[in-house]
Design a protein around this ligand. Structure first.
Ligand code: MRU
Length: 348
């Protein structure tokens, strides 16, 4: 049983503070949209699908607390709640997907008593959370067949249970392969600067008894060259209509290395990560985070005071470097424009 990083109970969610893992397991309770927004911004909760789940609860809490006389006034306030949540992190499209889903549900209920709308919005947030885990399990089933028995798989960042409603995307595929009886081991890039690999991927795999070896980001190429890696699986924060993939900074370098060494490079992501309004990866907004994440490690300063720093949190891997995209509705390869569009057409 893998961890669920967001749990709803009695009008609030509790989230494990991912800034403190693995040394401290602290759960924080949130019962208003402003504090949920702050938790997303400060990365108490992170990972594209988990951000979407948290945001959905944020909207439900905002809706509960709106005092309005009629639907028009209620909906105008709900838009403000969504705007606050939308302003937290720009790259993971699951955030905007979840906000759109919640707004759409509210509009569908226009004319109903406001208390019924509030109840339904909470039900919608609960559905977003429950569906996310089910989607990851379906993705796992589709992806597990791509993993050979005995494979040593490199992953970057954390696309695990912690990054989702549960089970994980890239790590969900690993979990499904293991559950199907295969022996699989994982190499986890530490993932500078926020160390999601060292702190989160290593923690959750180790906890679940899946063999994991931690490496520094700059070791992947050498290990590939020495034949110690059989393939790569990562998650995604936003996939453009042409299959270009935005994911944690450093993913692009890993994809280039995989191509050089003839290794498969898989991306596992739900349909809610695919942004069909964006033609290619150049249009994906890339979050630039605070310099302190680069100049410091924890509380320790590594770099001189006053130094210029860049800290883009994500990069874009061109679709031509992606061997396949694993989704809950199947695996797409080759012509991503047609293949991704087909996934949406088939299940309208
Ligand atoms: O900055 P983060 O930790 O939110 O970035 C997370 C990633 O890049 C993950 O790989 C991505 O969201 C996929 S999570 C299933």
């Amino acid at each position: 049983m893998s961890i669920r990083p967001i749990e709803y109970r009695d009008g609030a969610i509790r989230m494990i503070d991912q800034r403190l893992l693995p040394t401290q397991e602290v759960w924080i309770r949130y019962r208003d949209y402003q504090s949920v927004a702050e938790a997303i911004r400060s990365m108490v909760v992170r990972g594209a699908p988990a951000i979407g789940v948290a945001a959905a609860f944020g909207v439900a809490f905002g809706a509960r607390d709106i005092a309005a006389a009629g639907f028009g006034e209620f909906y105008a306030e709900l838009e403000k709640v969504c705007a606050t949540l939308a302003a937290t992190r720009p790259t993971a499209v699951n955030l905007f997907w979840a906000l759109d889903r919640m707004r759409t549900r509210a509009r569908q209920l226009a004319g109903s008593p406001l208390d019924d709308i509030r109840t339904e919005l909470l039900n919608e947030a609960l559905a977003v959370a429950a569906e996310d885990e089910a989607i990851n399990r379906a993705m796992g089933r589709h992806g597990a067949v791509l993993i050979p028995d005995g494979a040593r798989i490199l992953t970057h960042c954390n696309a695990g249970a912690l990054a989702t409603g549960g089970y994980g995307t890239a790590l969900g595929v690993i979990r499904a392969a293991v559950e199907s009886g295969k022996s699989v081991s994982v190499l986890a890039d530490e993932t500078r600067p926020f160390l999601q690999g060292a702190r989160l991927t290593a923690w959750e795999l180790h906890k679940d008894g899946i063999p994991v070896t931690l490496i520094c980001d700059n070791m992947a190429g050498a290990l590939m060259r020495q034949g110690e890696i059989d393939g790569v699986i990562v998650g995604a924060d936003r996939i453009a209509a042409n299959g270009d993939v935005a994911n944690k900074i450093g993913t692009y370098s890993v994809a280039v290395l995989a191509r050089e060494h003839g290794l498969p490079f898989y991306v596992a992501a739900p349909l809610s990560t695919i942004d069909r309004n964006i033609a290619d990866g150049d249009q994906i907004p890339i979050e630039e985070r605070d310099a302190i994440e680069v100049t410091h490690c924890g509380a320790t300063r590594l770099a001189p005071e006053g130094i210029r720093v860049r800290n883009p949190a994500f990069d874009v891997t061109p679709a031509r470097l992606v061997t396949a995209i694993i989704t809950e509705r199947g695996v797409v390869r080759g012509d991503y424009v047609a293949g991704l569009a087909q996934l949406f057409r088939e299940h309208r």
